[in-house]
Design a protein around this ligand. Sequence first.
Ligand SMILES: NC(=O)c1ccc[n+]([C@@H]2O[C@H](COP(=O)([O-])OP(=O)(O)OC[C@H]3O[C@@H](n4cnc5c(N)ncnc54)[C@H](OP(=O)(O)O)[C@@H]3O)[C@@H](O)[C@H]2O)c1
Length: 361
Amino acid sequence: MSQKLKAGILGGTGMVGQRFIALLENHPWFEVTTVAASPRSAGKRYEDAIGGRWKMDTPMPEAVKDIVVMNVNEVEAVASKVDFVFSAVDMSKDEIKAIEDAYAKTETPVVSNNSAHRWTPDVPMVIPELNPEHMEVIKFQKKRLGTERGFVAVKPNCSIQAYAPALTAWKEFEPYEVVATTYQAISGAGKTFQDWPEMEGNIIPYIGGEEEKSEKEPLRIWGEIEDGVIVPAESPVITCQCVRVPVLNGHTAAVFVKFRKKPTKEQLVEKLRSFKGVPQELHLPSAPGQFIQYLEEDDRPQVTEDVNYENGMGISVGRLREDTVYDWKFIGLSHNTVRGAAGGAILCAELLKAQGYISAK
Ligand SMILES: NC(=O)c1ccc[n+]([C@@H]2O[C@H](COP(=O)([O-])OP(=O)(O)OC[C@H]3O[C@@H](n4cnc5c(N)ncnc54)[C@H](OP(=O)(O)O)[C@@H]3O)[C@@H](O)[C@H]2O)c1
């Protein structure tokens, strides 16, 4: 019998849900045993529920084709089949909060890709290399929910992953003012070029809600637990513009930084290359061996060359140069649906298993 933990995917028929299913194929610790989606898909075989909607560039894993999709709203029934769930449903924020809390209250840990709980004070929002210690807030959340093992943990927005890791690696130089512009791929909106032909050769200077997330979420990542809640950091201040560009996968960011202790380029590059986190120390299955690569070539990082660095779990940084207004500027790149969505959530679940928060029921 399989010793793997039984994972359910809430919203498993959607774009992010499909990415979870593709990334979890042959996962050493987790096995997708259950898929849940809207009542439209419930009762159908997974392959039939997907129909022509499979958006991954790898084939649908054989193991999921015959799974009968369940209704996300039948919480007890879904929860009884799994050890924990990943959440990628597309509902209103209030509905997502309610459904994720309902799963937690059935003693089913929820690792969510959604933004609904990102500002719930006792819900950890984690990039495992940057703030693994925030999982400690779970004990306070469990007290609030009245649970023994059920809780919600989330990962942050995809846009911040192209610059928050570098700024964290440079913490000792005290960055205090950051200006970022993100160039975001269409898969971040759950789309391909077939779904969104208007994006070919186009740029759209607006992504609803994205600028606020890009400015505020890094501060919560750099925050500390005080009195059972996560209190966001106050510095550096970040201002951000988010632009949709005709790229399928990969969010790029152009970033300017002022430091209180201005470092040399050699110091900045050395800090990026030597940056390691708990996932690397614990050799978590999805952890990139090298979290951040620094590329010396003037024309890197490029989406087509670098988006899949470390299977889409690594961050690429380049073009670090002195600026006339700010101290330093650079370009960052990360894979928005791997590191920025499903892959980042899977790494969170691996960390939670390693820390003892997720186990067999
Ligand atoms: N795409 C990204 O890169 C990305 C990145 C970060 C965060 N997100 C967030 O992740 C979530 C999923 O995004 P997505 O792009 O994967 O969306 P999607 O492709 O539209 O998939 C939505 C999923 O939710 C289910 N669903 C929709 N309405 C429902 C309802 N009323 N009750 C129960 N289930 C329902 C769908 O089931 P059916 O197939 O049965 O309709 C499907 O499984 C969203 O909250 C999105 O904001 C997406």
